[in-house]
Design a protein around this ligand. Structure first.
Ligand code: HEC
Ligand SMILES: [Cu+2]
Length: 366
């Protein structure tokens, strides 16, 4: 009795560790086991099918082995040699044909889905096209049809195919929204390195906010290279596109600070839709996060907190390197009033279309 307890006691830390480890796997927002779109659903179905077949094989093979071990144990005093079945045609056919049937059951849907996943929707009129460009350590989303670009928050209409074209400005990254689709690498596709422009497509089934990640180790802040997918209804999406196309909100502070903002910030950033080296700041006051990682609310069901947006903008501008070590913005020296006015302008740069969703008010058309 004592001995057994000693043994269990040793197992306890191991069990506790396992519980900790497995509880981290339970996060639904970063799980492929919680599919929220048709592609993710098909991928999940394939997983279930293959795990089901494998489990069946394991159970039957182990069951038979156990049965044989118990049932045909040599009895005390029994010296006879059992019947030999070597070269049995019947057995050989059974254990060849059954695996073939199982492989066919697995292969047919797998092949069907592999081709369906690779389908090219980039010319499909009903699909929304998005050019995704990865940067150390942020995501740029360009909508060529609408001539708009944004960062960190990928806004999509739910129920529609999103046709994505992927590339990177620096090193290899990987685009991954676990609850919507499998991951895909981003290659260099410029004149220096004519890599393959990877394409993929996915859709979301309802209005929600999904978490995305970079899934390829890309530098010291790789783990912070998060983004969000905001799936909204078609009306809200159209309203968002319109607001993104409209001229930028004029700077709200003093003329002198406006000049500082122009010289020190708009050298890299844009508030209109022109291509720049840094994230587009249009409507940043309605985003899910600052720099993709400082979350302005914890869950999609909560509303976005204005105080958090301001704190996060301030924290980011003052201490970029603490938030994302090795990021390409660096530290920009601002006086306190300059910082206050710039934060105030950015935190209140809202887009009505996104505000409606953020505050949980029923969306247009509901
Ligand atoms: C040298 C180019 C450069 C300059 C100058 C610059 N930034 Fe940035 N900024 C960046 C880059 C690059 C990022 C993305 C960093 C990352 O996420 O890894 C960024 C990110 C940001 C973000 C987060 C954007 C988002 O999508 O969440 C804000 C806000 C921001 N910068 C504000 C400012 C302000 C305000 C100024 C002027 C005081 C400024 N930046 C000057 C390059 C620059
Ligand atoms: Cu990355």
């Amino acid at each position: 009795m004592m001995k057994r307890w000693q043994f269990s006691k040793r197992l306890l830390p191991l069990l506790a560790g396992l519980v900790l480890l497995l509880s981290a796997c339970g996060r639904e927002d970063l799980s492929t086991l919680n599919p929220q779109g048709s592609i993710a659903q098909s991928q999940f179905d394939l997983m279930k099918l293959s795990i089901g077949i494998m489990t069946g094989v394991v159970v039957i093979v182990f069951g038979l082995s156990l049965y044989v071990l118990v049932r045909y144990r040599r009895k005390p005093g029994d010296k006879s040699i059992p019947k030999q079945v070597e070269g049995s045609h019947k057995l050989e056919i059974i254990w060849t044909v059954i695996p073939i049937i199982l492989l066919v059951i697995l292969a047919v849907p797998t092949l069907k889905y592999v081709f369906a996943f690779a389908e090219d929707y980039s010319k499909d009129e009903n699909a929304v096209k998005v050019k995704v460009t990865a940067h150390q350590y942020w995501w740029e989303f360009e909508y060529p049809e609408y001539k708009i670009r944004t960062a960190q928050d990928l806004v999509i209409p739910f129920g529609k195919k999103i046709a994505v074209e992927l590339s990177t400005k620096d090193v290899l990254h990987s685009f991954w929204i676990p609850s919507l689709a499998g991951k895909m690498d981003t290659n260099r596709t410029d004149s220096l390195d004519k890599g393959n422009k990877n394409k993929m497509h996915f859709d979301a089934k309802e209005e929600n906010v999904y978490r995305g990640k970079c899934a390829e180790l890309c530098g010291p802040s790789h783990a912070y290279m998060d983004f969000k997918v905001k799936s909204v209804n078609q009306e809200t999406f159209d309203a968002w596109v319109k607001e993104m196309q409209a001229p930028a909100k004029p700077f709200t502070g003093d003329a002198a600070v406006a000049e500082v903002f122009k010289q020190s910030c708009l050298s890299c950033h844009a508030v209109e839709n022109e291509p720049k080296t840094a994230p587009n700041l249009k409507g940043i006051g309605s985003r899910e996060a600052v720099a993709g990682i400082l979350l302005n609310r914890e869950k999609a069901s909560e509303s976005i907190d204005q105080a958090k947006i301001e704190d996060h903008l301030r924290k980011w501008i003052k201490e970029t390197d603490d938030v994302k070590p090795g990021n390409k913005m660096g530290v920009i020296k601002l006086s306190d009033p300059e910082l206050d006015q710039i934060v105030d302008y950015l935190a209140n740069y809202k887009l009505d279309s996104l505000e409606k969703i953020n505050s949980g008010i029923p969306n247009v058309g509901e």
